[in-house]
Design a binder for this molecule. Structure first.
Ligand SMILES: NC(=O)c1ccc[n+]([C@@H]2O[C@H](COP(=O)([O-])OP(=O)(O)OC[C@H]3O[C@@H](n4cnc5c(N)ncnc54)[C@H](O)[C@@H]3O)[C@@H](O)[C@H]2O)c1
Length: 333
């Protein structure tokens, strides 16, 4: 039995806590917000996962006391809160504790991947990224799911593989931590783009085109940043892209659909009411594309719509009228 602290009591934090409890671990879930924890304690249920009981054996708290005794600490807060959460635990966490990041994004400002943000605050601990096609709504209900545990340190990746794996949760390992993180962060932008087209009432053809060309630009940036192209053909690239662009559970797609139907982005964010990582990732990806000198036309049009008030029709037209090119020239495989 391992002692585990999960930082973040949103949908993903709770779903993974249930999984870890199911695998016979001692699990504590922390939230920065006292009212959030009090509501969870009172109801033993979250509005994000209706009908899913939070087992009484899961310790819910807004104290960070359990961090010092934990074998594993899981970061399940949104990307914008990763650094401040790492700063809160850096003097509490034991050097042998393995840190797992399950959040998906790139830090605004520094443009660091989230594992690098954690590493910059807590440099001595081993870090594993756990990512892939996974909706909390399904994991919390024990529905079959496959993910990837990525780390520079193979032993740490295997430890996390063992800790999370069970009959409905399969975990692969990978040493391309940058590729795994970028796949999870960038697919949210493409999901948002497919949502915009759904909101406009466009069809299946455009969704398939956005997913395929979106994957190409995700891989183009990833390879420029040192990731391996084949990671983008795996669970954390193609796999996560498929689930996010086609599922009813995807909040990024839902957010995009609201924008596509004419709702302004700020109102759409409020309406979704949960972390919409694609909104933040669009901004950071545009800056990364500039920094690494790669073209990301779909991402750039999402940026124009979300941050510069461009009309969706104009953006679509610009994408369709890009200079003619040969598909094989910039294929990543
Ligand atoms: N929900 C999923 O299915 C799923 C699956 C895979 C990955 N993820 C990723 O996991 C991360 C969390 O997603 P979620 O669905 O649990 O989000 P959520 O919106 O349901 O919950 C976010 C949690 O973070 C906390 N939080 C918000 N601001 C904070 C702050 N400033 N400091 C500390 N904590 C703060 C909230 O209190 C809440 O407990 C995101 O990066 C998301 O992309 C989610």
């Amino acid at each position: 039995m391992s002692k585990i602290t999960v930082l973040g009591s949103g949908g993903w934090g709770i779903a993974l806590s249930l999984l870890l409890l199911n695998n016979d671990n001692d699990v504590t879930v922390w939230s920065a917000f006292e009212d959030e924890i009090e509501t969870l304690k009172a109801n033993r249920e979250t509005r994000l996962l209706p009908g899913v009981k939070i087992d009484d054996r899961i310790n819910l708290t807004n104290s960070l006391d359990s961090v010092a005794e934990s074998d594993v600490v899981v970061f399940a807060v949104p990307s914008f809160a990763i650094r401040q959460t790492a700063q809160r635990i850096k003097n509490l966490v034991n050097k042998d504790t393995v840190i797992v990041n399950v959040s998906k994004g790139v830090e605004d400002g520094t443009l660091l991947t989230l594992a690098d943000v954690i590493k910059s605050e807590i440099p001595d601990n081993r870090i594993v990224v756990l990512s892939g096609p996974s909706h909390a709504e399904e994991v919390a209900r024990g529905m079959a799911t496959s993910l990837v545990a990525a780390a520079d340190d193979k032993d740490a990746a295997m430890l996390i593989q063992d800790l999370f794996m069970n009959s409905f949760f399969r975990v692969y390992i990978n040493d391309d931590i940058t590729g795994v993180e970028l796949g999870g962060a960038l697919k949210n932008i493409i999901a948002l783009a497919t949502g915009i087209c759904d909101g406009l009432g466009l069809g299946d053809n455009v969704r398939a085109a956005l997913m395929t060309r979106g994957l190409t630009e995700m891989a183009r940036l990833g390879v420029a940043m040192g990731a391996h192209y084949r990671t983008f053909a795996g669970l954390t690239g193609l796999g996560d892209l498929i689930v996010t662009c086609t599922s009813k559970h995807s909040r990024n797609r839902r957010f995009g659909a609201l924008v596509g139907s004419g709702v302004d982005p700020e109102t759409a964010l409020k309406e979704v009411g949960m972390t919409v990582e694609g909104y933040h990732a669009t901004k950071t990806a545009v800056l990364l594309a500039k920094k690494f000198g790669v073209e990301m036309p779909i991402t750039e049009e999402c940026y124009s719509i979300l941050y510069e008030g461009a009309s969706v029709q104009t953006s679509l037209e610009r994408l369709m009228k890009r200079p003619k090119c040969d598909e094989s020239e910039d294929m990543w495989l």
